[in-house]
Design a protein around this ligand. Structure first.
Ligand SMILES: C[S@@+](CC[C@H](N)C(=O)[O-])C[C@H]1O[C@@H](n2cnc3c(N)ncnc32)[C@H](O)[C@@H]1O
Length: 430
């Protein structure tokens, strides 16, 4: 698989935040850079509560924390309308014009790159107003487009592997198109100061935006903006703060407000949304081990049916010797015959696809233990959990294992739920 080497991004920047290799050095360096960012927000008319500090966490990078107890409703950060970074609506210069022309080339799969191009443009400008913000962004992102071919294959989940490969291809294609456009422009029209923009720098910009941008809705529609400092808040499905948008004369301002009383030392956590682990992995580069919004999509087939039957501990007359009435019901459910639709979903709020549940009630059959061992995934959870303890793992390798363990846990939980449902339906028959 193609590898988008992040190091070639460097020439486009002055001194972006270091990678997280040497944690202590990084911590000290970041403390200072974080203070500079807070000072920049205050100098430019924003508010940062005096009890907020930027801290470095080993697992989630930089984050904001309260140094003293804070009451619910306390405004923690306020950004006036000129601090957020967004794509210009109207071109103010010939560089802006090129930027908007390039943004039109960005395909849907790479949505984050529209704003990413603006970020790259500011990153290439030495005197950029946003430099204190941009210099605090990570130099590299642990998202799958930067994984090696084997790391991508090790995700073991076909829909996400497909999406990663699609994004990689789209990035490479876009890089060529951008290069062609830039090669035809005069110096005064160059948005990136004449620097080379390749798949790697585009990948960096895409990751920076997909993992940090906020979706803003106002009277002129919806668009994405980058919110300096606010985007240092990490994610939780049980957040203790939220972002409020306020419309004012000069545009939209953003306020982060404490939701509930905060204790001293509390991390300030926002919810990034009800996101599956696929989105968290692809756009943010992390996964939640207990994610109620996660699901697994599978192709309905004999292995899967066996899996569900084993989980439900049901006996029956076997998939291979299907009675005529069963065949007919499976056709009505579109699992057999003309117009089949074989995709079924496990997880999410319904836990088990209703169509599948109906099919299994009809089918419950023969002996096999294939699911517990493997199902659609080539390795069992226990093996993945063992591999996760290895000291040799890279950052990407760790994320790959966390991802597939979480996916398999969704399946196990669903199989248990399915078992309970099927058994209670069987009991209700009598
Ligand atoms: C909006 S930024 C938050 C600030 C970020 N931690 C930093 O160092 O700049 C989002 C990124 O933070 C990290 N992150 C946020 N919440 C996390 C969580 N609950 N677990 C692990 N990583 C998390 C991920 O790398 C994600 O892409």
């Amino acid at each position: 698989m193609l590898r988008l080497c992040t190091h070639s991004v460097l020439p486009i920047a002055l001194a972006p935040r270091s990678s997280r290799v040497s944690f202590c050095y990084f911590q000290a360096q970041q403390q200072q850079a974080g203070e500079d960012l807070i000072a920049w927000v205050r100098q430019n008319g924003g508010h940062v509560h005096p009890s907020l500090r930027l801290l470095v966490h080993s697992s989630s990078g930089l984050g904001l924390a309260a140094t003293r107890p804070l009451l619910s409703g306390t405004p923690l950060i306020t950004l006036p309308p000129h601090l957020p970074l967004s794509l210009p609506t109207f071109p103010a210069s010939s560089q802006d014009q090129t930027l908007l022309q390039l943004a039109q080339l960005v395909p849907e799969d790479l949505w984050a790159l529209k704003l990413g191009l603006k970020l790259l443009m500011e990153r290439a400008q030495r005197g950029s107003f946003w430099w204190p913000y941009i210099s605090n962004l990570p130099q590299r992102f642990n998202i799958p487009v930067f994984f090696t071919g084997s790391e991508i294959a090790n995700l073991q989940y076909a829909p996400v592997i497909h999406q990663v490969k699609k994004r990689c291809r789209a990035l490479l294609d876009l890089a060529k198109e951008v290069e062609t456009v830039l090669s035809k422009l005069g110096t005064d029209q160059q948005p990136f100061g004449g620097q080379e923009v390749n798949a790697s720098s585009l990948g960096w910009a895409m990751a920076a935006v997909s993992s940090r941008a906020f979706q803003m809705h106002n009277s002129s529609g919806s668009s994405r903006v980058m919110l300096p400092l606010i985007d240092m808040c990490n994610h939780s499905f049980t957040p203790n703060a939220r972002i409020i948008q306020q419309e004012e004369k000069g545009g939209t301002s953003f306020v982060v407000v404490a939701e509930g009383n905060l204790q001293a030392g509390a991390n300030i956590l926002l919810s990034y949304g009800a996101l599956s682990n696929d989105v968290l992995l692809l756009d943010y580069g992390f996964v939640e081990s207990q994610n109620v919004h996660d699901f697994v999509e599978m192709r309905y087939d004999k292995i899967m049916v066996d899996a569900a039957r084993v989980a439900a501990r049901l006996d029956g007359d076997g998939y291979s010797q299907l009675a005529e009435w069963k065949q007919s019901i499976l056709e009505q459910l579109n699992f057999e015959g003309v117009g089949v639709s074989l995709q079924v979903k496990f997880g999410g709020t319904n836990l088990v696809d209703g169509r599948l549940l109906a099919a299994l009630r009809v089918l419950y059959a023969q002996d096999s233990d294939s699911v517990k061992r493997k199902g659609h995934f080539p390795t069992p959870i226990t093996e993945d959990e063992g591999a996760l303890k290895s000291k040799e793992l890279t950052e990407a390798g760790t994320l790959v294992l966390e991802y597939r363990i979480a996916k398999k846990k969704v399946l196990v939980d669903c199989m248990r739920g399915l078992s309970r449902k099927l058994q209670s339906l069987e009991r209700d028959k009598f």
